[in-house]
Each structure stands twice: as structure tokens, then as C-alpha cells.
Design a protein around this ligand. Structure first.
Ligand code: FPP
Length: 243
């Protein structure tokens, strides 16, 4: 059957990256501590991951903790670290059994050994999976990632493995934490803030952006579907002109 224009399937985003913002305000509006909002936010991650296959989303990257988030109170930071540990322990089997491959990006050096051990195990347990690639950015900052990548690249130059003349736009991303991932097609930020807060700076050079008012714990699969459809209607030219 031929597709008529109004029924033609839209080409949705293959890789969606999300800045999950608004957990604190969501909790505050209910008179509850900020961590209550983070726990509600963690439950939303599951709903969004589950929605990905039917929307044709192969890669999902979520910003769970930034290199700047250490500036929060000790109670909130400790609570988030404990939430990440519990999340991994609780979700490993489900993720493994449902075809989700999990990766972490960010600097692990400042994370405690118990958490990094769990992260390693989850990555290992799910490495055969290919239905959806879920990447969790934990102690991640775009500038920090580029600095760490540059350090590794400089080491390769110093060791004679790489010639300075061969450093170009194709070479540098091979040193980034995201080297095995495609660039995000669509970056979503919830909670009404219109900034990118050091997230995927290199990778999002040509991404489409959606800044939406919904607080992250209220974000639904239906809203994700709406954003995917709206993405499909966009004209992405990557610096060229339309055909
Ligand atoms: C930003 O909201 C949110 C965070 C810094 C933490 C994000 C963490 C989660 C959604 C839960 C865990 C995720 C996984 C993958 C287990 P905010 O605290 O800045 O909210 P506010 O702007 O309203 O204060």
C-alpha cells in the first residue's frame, strides 16, 4: 500500500539524550525532600527506556549526575549515590532480560569503589544486548570529557602512536567517552530551563533541541512520542541548503 502524505511514517530520532531536570522542584511542590523527587525521577527512566523500541529509538543517553553536582549538600550527594547503587542492583536483571545494553560515561575516579564495581558489572552483564543502548552520564561534564580525551590524545602523540598532523574532527571523538555512540539527534531538557549545562558539548553540535516545561518526574512515554513526531517534521540541513 502506498503511503499518502498524511500517513507517511516520520523518521524519528535514533539517539535521544535527556537532561532530566526538575526533580527538586517536583518534590518541593509536594512538601517533600529533594531526594523524594530523585527517586520519582529514577522511576521515569524505566518508563522512557521501555518506550524506546516502539519509537525506533536505539540510543538513549541520560544525564544522571554532573561534574558540578558535587556542589550540592552532602546529604543530597550521598542520597543520589545511594540511589544509583540501589538502581543498578534493582534493575540489572530487568535490563539484561529485556535487551538493554547499559554503558556509563563520565569520570569514575571520584566515584566510590562499591558504585564503580556495580557499574562495571552492569556493563558486563548487558554487553551482548542490542535492542536499546542506554548510556548513563554519571560524574559527567562535557568540558571535563574533552579535557580527559585531549590528555589521552596527547599521550598517544608523545608516545609516537599519533602524528599531530593526523589530529582532526574524526580523530578527537575517538578519545571521548562516547566513542562507540552516534551523536544525539535530539536533546531534551525538562523543567523549563533553556541551557545545556555542559552536556555532550562536542557531540550535540548538530543536535535538535527541545526545552519543555514538564518537570522530569512528570515526563511520560506519551510526551516522548510527541517529541519524536515533532522531530520527524524538522528539516535538518547540517549546514547545507534544502534539496
Ligand atoms: C536534576 O534535577 C536532576 C539530577 C541532578 C539528578 C538526576 C537523577 C535522576 C533522574 C534519578 C536517577 C537516574 C538514574 C539513571 C538512576 P534537580 O535536582 O536539579 O531539580 P531542580 O532543578 O528542580 O532543583
Amino acid at each position: 500500500m502506498l503511503n499518502t502524505p498524511h500517513t507517511a511514517p516520520v523518521a524519528g530520532p535514533c539517539h535521544i539524550a535527556i537532561i532530566m531536570d526538575g526533580n527538586g522542584r517536583w518534590a518541593q511542590a509536594r512538601g517533600r525532600p529533594r531526594l523524594f523527587g530523585h527517586h520519582a525521577g529514577a522511576r521515569r527512566v524505566r518508563e522512557v527506556v521501555e518506550a524506546c523500541p516502539s519509537l525506533g529509538v536505539k540510543y538513549l543517553t541520560v544525564f544522571a549526575f554532573s561534574t558540578e553536582n558535587w556542589k550540592r549538600t552532602q546529604v543530597e550527594v550521598a542520597g543520589l549515590m545511594s540511589l544509583f547503587r540501589r538502581y543498578i542492583i534493582k534493575e540489572t536483571r530487568t535490563l539484561k532480560d529485556n535487551g538493554i545494553r547499559v554503558r556509563f560515561i563520565g569520570d569514575r575516579v571520584r566515584l566510590d569503589a562499591k558504585l564503580t564495581g556495580l557499574m562495571d558489572t552492569l556493563e558486563k552483564e548487558t554487553r551482548e544486548n542490542d535492542l536499546v543502548h542506554l548510556t548513563i552520564a554519571l560524574n559527567y561534564g562535557g568540558r571535563d570529557e574533552v579535557a580527559r580525551a585531549t590528555k589521552r590524545l596527547a599521550r598517544d602523540v608523545a608516545d609516537g602512536h599519533l602524528h599531530p598532523d593526523d589530529v582532526d574532527e574524526e580523530t578527537l571523538p575517538k578519545y571521548l567517552d562516547t566513542h562507540v555512540l552516534p551523536d544525539p539527534d535530539l536533546v531534551i531538557r525538562t523543567s523549563g530551563e533553556a541551557r545545556i549545562s555542559n552536556f555532550l558539548l562536542w557531540q550535540s553540535a548538530y543536535s535538535e533541541y527541545e526545552f519543555i516545561d514538564t518537570l522530569w518526574p512528570d515526563f511520560t512515554a506519551a510526551e516522548l512520542e510527541r517529541l519524536c513526531r515533532s522531530f520527524g517534521a524538522r528539516d535538518r540541513r547540517f549546514g547545507a541548503v534544502s534539496a
